[in-house]
Design a binder for this molecule. Sequence first.
Ligand code: RB5
Length: 151
Amino acid sequence: MTRIVISSDHVGLGLRKAVAAHLQARGCVVEDVGPTSDARTDYPKWGEAAARIVRDGGADFGIVICGTGFGISLAANKLKGIRCVVCSEPYTARLSRQHNNANMLAFGARVVGEDLALMIVDAFLDAAFEGGRHANRVAMIGDIEAREGGG
Ligand code: RB5
């Protein structure tokens, strides 16, 4: 079963609950790291929390939600080995898996409605990395991280 960790900030909380229910209906194992209240909270810590679990192998994929998807994805991408993409439609979500081997998906609760968000989630999870020439390019991203000493 696919293991997915999810998080959000206060803006993304409602949509995160809908995503969690959808993932469970798909048969995924869902780890929801929060937050549990809709009190204003800072997206970097939630992006980091989900990304650490993916990075450490505790989940196959992460899904993170803030107002735009940008802030929480930028935080997640600071962790070595994390490839978090912001998607607002299913096409790029599918290609992010097939070509970029994305391991985290972000979207904005102020950008996409629930129906579209769930279509994005499905496109992401239904696609598989194609490897081949794309594997070399993804490895090159890792090389950049190594040269920068990040993580
Ligand atoms: C919160 O107002 C908002 O800045 C946050 O949800 C996100 O959109 C940041 O990128």
